[in-house]
Write a protein that binds this ligand. Structure first.
Ligand SMILES: [Fe+2]
Length: 352
């Protein structure tokens, strides 16, 4: 016997079954497992119930009078609130047609009667858990999409940094994969990549877009953006893992960076990785005060600065990605019109 599920006891299920004895049996089993159970003898009454209730899962017989399970499934999927509701077919026949119909319709699964209490509860629990996992994954993607929109809106103030966020994130993920970082670490890095320059919202557009060298005062304002950005997101628990990237992406391996002039391993690892790819993208993008540097030259600059401005581990990873052509592929895919022929004889640095 499966125990009471580790879920809120208020979880409501809708069971649709025309056999009264079977309906009572199903309801009793599920109620004993801690679920609230709504019941209906056919699809039509189930739809009536759905006008006022929002069950977490629907378990429905296929062959029923008035409206059968397949018609009910089609109707539920057309309801705005029913599109994502887990739906399990329950069939006495277990015929190939029933199974085929259930699978073709996109139902989450089917259960063939007779069924034990254990099988029923396990099936319901696993479908609910899967629905939860899908919802969490979708929420995560929605968060990222919103953040990307916000970051791009901020970047858009400086027309020369178009797609910077996308490219930095793609480069960063390539390096992290190369370093064998797990999914959680790569997720945190993605948020850091998306948000690293979010503090530029506080920098005046006249400075961001200035077509010449910045004055000392203007530099001071520009250099506030890591701290402003970190302050913006530090109160949001979901974004907390991105704070080190945002705050420290301008720190440099030799301690010459800002805002805290951290040195070597004292710089958070995400920020050390981001420093390499952020600088590479800045060098290879047109800026108001200079044209883009060609990729090969920018690559050489990154190598030259290994152990000085950049963590050698991160530069090694960058070099391996470059050797495979991955960096070049990302650069060209993200911005096909990016100039590749412009060359600069001297070292250029990012104005940020
Ligand atoms: Fe920055």
């Amino acid at each position: 016997m499966v125990g009471v599920p580790n879920r809120d006891s208020a979880v409501t299920l809708l069971v649709v079954e025309d056999d009264p004895a079977m309906l009572v049996a199903l309801r009793d089993i599920l109620e004993s497992a801690g679920y609230n159970v709504l019941t209906a003898p056919n699809g039509k009454i189930a739809l009536d119930i759905l006008e006022n209730a929002r069950p977490a899962l629907i378990l429905s017989d296929i062959s029923m009078p008035v409206m059968d399970g397949i018609q009910l499934f089609e109707a539920v999927r057309k309801l705005p609130r029913g599109m994502a509701t887990p739906f399990i077919f329950l069939t006495a026949k277990g015929t190939r047609e029933d199974i085929f119909a259930g699978k073709m319709m996109g139902a989450d699964d089917y259960i063939t009667k007779p069924i034990t209490s254990h099988e029923l509860i396990t099936a319901v629990q696993s479908r609910l858990q899967r629905a939860d996992e899908i919802m969490v994954a979708q929420l995560k993607e929605a968060y990222k999409a919103s953040l990307r929109t916000l970051a791009n809106a901020i970047e858009a103030r400086d027309h020369y940094t178009r797609d910077h966020v996308e490219r930095v994130n793609a480069y960063a993920q390539a390096l992290a994969m190369e370093l064998g970082w797990d999914e959680d670490r790569r997720d945190a890095l993605e948020f850091g990549s998306i948000l690293h320059d979010i503090g530029k919202i506080a920098v005046r557009e006249a400075i961001l877009c200035k077509p010449g060298p910045l004055t000392t005062e203007e530099w001071a304002e520009m250099r506030l953006h890591p701290e402003v950005g970190a302050h913006m997101i530090e109160g949001i628990p979901y974004l907390a893992p991105a704070v080190p990237s945002v705050l420290h992406h301008h720190e440099r391996w030799d301690g010459s960076g800002y805002p805290h002039a951290l040195r070597g391993d004292a710089i958070p690892e995400d920020a050390r990785l981001l420093a390499v790819v952020d600088t590479f993208d800045a060098m290879t993008s047109d800026r108001p005060y200079r044209p883009a540097m060609e990729f090969e030259r920018a690559f050489e600059v990154i190598l030259e600065e290994s152990g000085r401005l950049f963590d050698p581990t991160m530069v090694d990873s960058f070099q391996r990605c470059w050797s495979r052509g991955e960096i070049q592929r990302i650069a060209m895919t993200a911005e096909p019109t990016k100039p590749t022929h412009l060359s600069s004889g001297s070292r250029q640095s990012a104005k940020s």
